[in-house]
Design a protein around this ligand. Sequence first.
Ligand SMILES: [Zn+2]
Length: 165
Amino acid sequence: MSALPFRIGFGEDAHRLEAGRPLVLGGVPVPHAELGAVAHSDGDAVLHAVADALLSGLALGDIGQYFPDTAAEWAGMDSRVIVARALELVAARGYVPGNVAVVVTLDRPKLGPLRAEIARSVAGLLNLPESEVGVSFKTSEGLAPAHVQTRVTALLVRAPGTGEG
Ligand SMILES: [Zn+2]
């Protein structure tokens, strides 16, 4: 077990966007998205980065090790399963998420109206109050119009009742 009472994790994800596919971010389907994520799973770039942030905080590798994108069983899978698995791995080490910050870079559509819903969704998956999930939106300023990019930091806190190393 880590000697540290807090651990910081960082995750990043990106997907190419294409017409005729759904766009899901943080477990929330984005309405009126002309382009959706090209992916083996449901392509939820927010949840993939959240899961990687959880894993990286405890040096547990990345989601590609647990959910290889070559495995037929994970095709089209709901990424909430990936976050749940990462949370289990973190909990098994005696930590729980404290707060997370999510940055989404997407040109269209504007995501502002979905901020609260995405925060609520991510918070629910992490057993956190909505106030512990920050969600920021950026655009690529036209540099990557068919692309979604996410970055997530997560503070992991040693769970109460978990003894010293
Ligand atoms: Zn992804």
